[in-house]
Structure formats: structure tokens, C-alpha cells
Write a protein that binds this ligand. Structure first.
Ligand code: ZN
Length: 99
């Protein structure tokens, strides 16, 4: 599934619930799901890892929908490779330990 289609699907599926929950609660849920993903990566099965990846993606899309961020647009920042050094693979002196 394309990223834009996924984000639209999340808006159709959860948009009303998202608006009622609000941004702060959605951020909290996203953070909790990231924690579950971290745990699944460390000691989960492949199926559990895939489950947590999908939950993180869903909550990320819900948050983006609530504040009007288009995920397909924002990932374009990486379309040319590393946004900092502009190469693929990245040749930054300290790898990827920056934001
Ligand atoms: Zn770089």
C-alpha cells in the first residue's frame, strides 16, 4: 500500500475518533506503541514485530492527520539520500546519530 493511501485510509477509519481524542492523547498512544515496538524488536516473534510496526505506522498517520501533515510529502526530505550530506549511502562523519 502506498503511504498516501495508507494515511487516507487511517483518516477514513479513525479520523472521527482521532479528533475526539485530541493531539496530546494521540502523542501519548504513539509513544506507548513505540515502546511496544522496542520490546517486540528485542524479544518478540516476527509476527509480534510486524504487529507493532503496523500499530506505530497507524498511530503516526493518525497524529499526522490531526495536525495536517502529509506523510508522503515529508518523507521527500529523504528522497535525495541523507538530507545532511546529500549522498546515498550517508557519508556524514558520525553516521546517523543526528536528527
Ligand atoms: Zn549524511
Amino acid at each position: 500500500m502506498e503511504l498516501a493511501a495508507f494515511q487516507q485510509l487511517m483518516a477514513s477509519t479513525y479520523g472521527e475518533n482521532d479528533r475526539q481524542r485530541g493531539v496530546p492523547a494521540t502523542v501519548a498512544w504513539l509513544a506507548e506503541e513505540v515502546g511496544e515496538l522496542a520490546q517486540a524488536v528485542r524479544k518478540g516473534t516476527r509476527a509480534e514485530q510486524e504487529h507493532e510496526f503496523s500499530d506505530v505506522m497507524a498511530w503516526l498517520a493518525s497524529l499526522a492527520n490531526q495536525i495536517g501533515i502529509d506523510l508522503a510529502t515529508v518523507v521527500e526530505r529523504y528522497a535525495g539520500g541523507c538530507p545532511r550530506c546529500g549522498t546515498i549511502p550517508c557519508h556524514c562523519p558520525h553516521g546517523t546519530d543526528w536528527t
